[in-house]
Design a protein around this ligand. Structure first.
Ligand code: XIL
Length: 459
């Protein structure tokens, strides 16, 4: 339609043509409106993910790069979520104890929210990137400092951060299925649930995630261990809403073919699942497509975050693992991801997860039977307390138990006990006295910590 007097396009029966033009322009800018010839297809990662039942497609962002217009051009165009790459970590937000520093994180949050992007907060409690003062702490003082940090930071960002990685990387690599040793872990096995509880109290509307790496392969001991922790939290009402799989398929680990089973199995516990730090060595289009399709196939997989925009932004830039070249060009993997998002959920593949893990739990060696060890608290004195442990399911068991320093076991009975070098982990085998053993623990000033069973294996 044209206006005869001016030759300009006109808008029939519209009272506010300028506003409509502006609105349509915004929709195009956000990639929501299809270009001619691509009917229904969104043109950016964020818009396409949003069209898939409101999913997000995010990226890690570094505050120092917000002044790089080549960087922000891609960021602003393509993504609908961000994760500060380092700016919300403990060393950044509390460099001196009780002196909080939010300027860089605030800049990222303001930039993102100004464009309607959601923010994944990363991370409130972690063994790594701790400020020096925290690295030097232990015991109840560290526990209190950690909880104060969680409370202060979650309170500062209340209403601005949609999801928090409350705890990051708390499990050990390898076949143990155990917690990672750290100063936080040594404050007691309940440090993770304590952090989640504090985060919930500080920001009741934020979704609270547990985030880890090497938890992509469903049969890996670490994956199974995180699965059981989340299951336990859900069973006991510990506040947890989501699980983050970092999915760094760099540095030697690769995309596992059972990844979708991992996503759907976590989802079946009643938590959302996020792919939080995706990068893949040399960015193969096939693996990026598979990850995208796996997420789309699982309703509770709510989004994907890549760990940086251009290859030059990557923490593993030598592996060129991202979706954009160092000069900002779209790589083949970018096109594959966008196409997969635009195609929507793939029709095949397991969407109903197994109700129980399909593998032998990591605490049971292949070929062995299974055993369960349970604690019965005993007499408590001013300076010490007794614990008995009963093993069921096997008579040829090995139980490992962690003791929180400075507590120390002083007496044992009805088992053969051996000790780790630091004295904090003991391994117990039968000594012919049956399936119940016991020990006395000196509190040495910490009257609250209690022994924690970390494994029961059979041989
Ligand atoms: C990395 C950052 O990308 C680097 O800039 C920093 O030097 C180290 O940390 N798992 C995580 C992320 O949870 O926080 C890490 O980020 C990468 C591994």
């Amino acid at each position: 339609m044209s206006d005869r007097s001016t030759g300009a396009a006109t808008w029939p029966r519209l009272k506010r043509p300028a506003l409509v033009v502006a609105a349509v322009g915004l929709l195009f800018a956000a990639g929501v409106v299809a270009l001619p010839g691509t009917a229904g297809a969104a043109t950016t990662l964020g818009a396409s993910a949003a069209a898939r039942d409101g999913r997000f497609f995010g990226t890690a962002v570094a505050a120092g790069k917000l002044s790089d217009s080549a960087y922000t051009t891609i960021l602003d165009r393509e993504f609908n979520a961000v994760t500060p790459e380092n700016e919300m970590k403990i060393d950044a937000t509390e460099p001196q104890q009780n002196q909080f520093s939010y300027a860089n994180a605030d800049r990222i949050v303001a930039h993102a929210r100004g464009l309607g992007m959601q923010v994944r907060g990363h991370t409130l409690a972690w063994h790594s990137q701790q400020p020096g003062w925290m690295q030097n702490m232990s015991g109840s003082a560290l526990r209190q400092a950690m909880l104060n940090h969680v409370t202060q930071v979650a309170t500062h960002f209340r209403g601005q951060v949609a999801w928090w990685d409350v705890v990051n990387e708390a499990f050990a690599d390898g076949s143990s299925g155990a917690r990672r040793d750290s100063n936080l872990q040594r404050t007691g096995n309940d440090w993770i649930e304590a952090a989640f509880t504090a985060a919930r109290a500080a920001d009741p509307n934020a979704k609270l995630c547990y985030n880890d790496y090497n938890t992509d392969n469903w049969t890996a001991a670490k994956t199974q261990a995180v699965y059981r922790m989340v299951q336990d939290f859900k069973n006991r009402g510990v506040p947890i809403d989501c699980v983050g799989l970092q999915s760094h398929f760099t540095g030697g680990s690769s995309y596992p073919s059972n990844y979708r089973t991992t996503l759907s199995s976590f989802a079946a516990l009643g938590v959302d699942v996020h792919i939080t730090e995706l990068d893949i060595t040399n960015a193969p289009a096939t693996a990026y497509t598979s990850v995208t399709n796996d997420c789309l196939a699982v309703a509770r997989c709510r989004g994907i975050t890549v760990w940086g925009i251009r290859d030059s932004d990557s923490w593993r830039s030598g592996e060129s693992p991202l979706l954009f070249t160092s000069s900002g060009g779209k790589k083949a993997a970018y096109t594959s991801v966008l196409t997969a998002l635009n195609n929507g959920a793939p029709p095949t593949g397991p969407t109903t997860p197994p109700t129980t893990p399909p593998t032998v739990p990591p605490t049971t060696p292949p070929g062995g039977g299974s055993c369960t060890a349970s604690i019965t608290p005993g007499t408590v004195w001013a300076d010490r307390y007794n614990t008995t442990v009963t093993v069921t399911g096997s008579t040829t068991w090995t139980v490992t138990i962690d003791i929180t320093a400075p507590q120390k076991v002083s007496t044992t009975w009805n088992g053969t006990f051996t000790w780790s070098n630091n004295g904090n982990t003991m391994t117990i085998k039968p000594n012919g006295s049956g399936n119940t053993f016991g020990f006395t623990t000196m509190t040495n000033g910490n009257t609250t910590a209690r022994p924690r069973i970390t494994a029961c294996t059979t041989s």
